[in-house]
Design a protein around this ligand. Structure first.
Ligand code: GSH
Length: 299
C-alpha cells in the first residue's frame, strides 16, 4: 500500500495511490471532496486544517510500515482533557507539523512500534496547559513518556527509542560509522540555522555550502543511498528538514537543492520509498507556506 492522493477536481473525489496511479475510488459524483472528507474520512486526517480539506490536492499518508493503515489520533488543544500519565502506556507527544517531533515519529514507525507507542498530537498554537504543567515543562515537542519518565530533545529521543525498544537497529555498531554518525548528528543544528538564514538572502550562495556538505558526506559510504550506507538515525535526523527546505527553496527561491548533487537526489529518492517515513509526511506546499509566513513576511 502506498501514499493516497485525495483530490477534489470538479467536485468529484479521487483517491489514488502513489505506487498505483490508478484511482482506487473515483468519481464519487455529486459529493464534494471536502464534504466527503469532513463526514467520512476526517478521523484519518486530524492534522489538516479546515482550509486543507478543500485544497485541490492533499497528500494523505495512510499506510504503516507493515502495510496496515494507521488511524491518526485527534489533535489535543487547550480544551482537551489530559490523557492518563504514567499508567504504563508509552506515549509520544508530537505535533504533526513539527520537524523535530517528526524525527521521533519516523523512528517509532521505522522500528515498527506503532502498537507499542501511542501518538499524542498537540496543537502548538493552542496548547493544553497540562502539557507544560504536568507532562513536559519545556513545553516543546517531541517528548516521550516511558517507564514513568518524560524524555525530551529529539536527537536524544530517537537514540533512546532505538536503544530501549525492539525493531531494527538504527544506529551502527561499527566504530568508524558511529563516529561519523555523531559528527553528522552534531551538524544538524548548524545545517538548519544556515539554511533557514539563507531563506532571507540569496539562497543559492548561502544555502549551497550546507547542501554541499551533505553531498560530500553522502559520498563516504557506498553500500546504499543513505548517510552511513544503510538507513540510520542520521537519515531520520535530516529527513524532516530536507523535506521542508527542498520544497520551500524550490517554490520561493527557485533553487533546486538536487541540481548538481546526485548523491542528495538519490538520498531523497531512497528515503521517500520508506513507508515509516512516508506516513509522517504532510502536504509539502502546506509546510512551505509555514516557512514562507515565518521567514518571508517578517519585517
Ligand atoms: N531542540 C528541540 C526543539 C524542539 C522544538 O523546538 N519544537 C517546537 C515545535 S517544531 C516546539 O515545541 N515549539 C514550542 C515552543 O518553542 O514553545 C528538539 O530537538 O526536540
Amino acid at each position: 500500500m502506498g501514499t493516497f492522493i485525495v483530490s477534489n477536481k470538479s467536485s468529484f473525489l479521487t483517491l489514488s495511490s502513489s505506487t498505483n496511479p490508478t484511482p482506487t475510488y473515483q468519481h464519487i459524483k455529486g459529493v464534494p471532496a471536502y464534504k466527503f472528507i469532513t463526514t467520512t474520512t476526517r478521523f484519518l486526517l486530524p492534522s489538516l486544517s479546515s482550509s486543507s480539506y478543500i485544497k485541490n490536492k492533499t497528500t494523505v499518508t495512510m499506510a504503516t510500515a507493515t502495510g496496515f493503515p494507521e488511524v491518526l489520533p485527534p489533535i489535543l488543544n487547550s480544551t482537551s482533557d489530559q490523557p492518563p500519565l504514567f499508567d504504563g502506556t508509552t506515549r509520544l507527544y508530537i505535533s504533526f507539523i513539527c520537524p523535530y517531533a517528526q524525527r521521533a515519529w519516523i523512528t517509532r514507525n521505522c522500528k515498527g512500534l506503532q502498537e507499542k507507542i501511542k501518538l499524542v498530537p498537540i496543537d502548538l498554537q493552542n496548547r493544553p496547559a497540562w502539557y507544560k504543567e504536568k507532562v513536559y515543562p519545556p513545553n516543546k515537542v517531541p517528548s516521550l513518556e516511558h517507564n514513568n519518565e518524560i524524555k525530551g530533545e529529539s536527537l536524544d529521543v530517537i537514540k533512546y527509542l532505538d536503544q530501549h525498544f525492539e525493531g531494527p537497529s538504527l544506529y551502527p555498531d561499527d566504530p568508524s560509522k558511529r563516529e561519523f554518525a555523531e559528527e553528522l548528528l552534531s551538524y544538524t543544528e548548524t545545517f538548519n540555522t544556515t539554511v533557514t538564514t539563507s531563506f532571507k538572502e540569496d539562497a543559492e550562495t548561502q544555502a549551497g555550502a550546507p547542501f554541499d556538505y551533505l553531498e560530500g558526506a553522502l559520498s563516504k559510504f557506498n553500500n546504499g543511498p543513505f548517510f552511513l550506507g544503510q538507513f540510520s538515525l542520521v537519515d531520520i535526523a535530516y529527513a524532516p528538514f530536507i523535506e521542508r527546505f527542498q520544497q520551500f527553496l524550490f517554490d520561493f527561491k527557485k533553487y533546486d537543492i538536487t541540481e548538481g548533487r546526485p548523491k542528495l537526489a538519490a538520498w531523497i529518492e531512497g528515503i521517500n520509498k520508506l513507508e515509516g517515513y512516508k506516513q509522517t509526511k504532510r502536504d509539502p506546499q502546506e509546510l512551505a507556506e509555514i516557512y514562507k509566513k515565518r521567514f518571508l513576511t517578517r519585517v
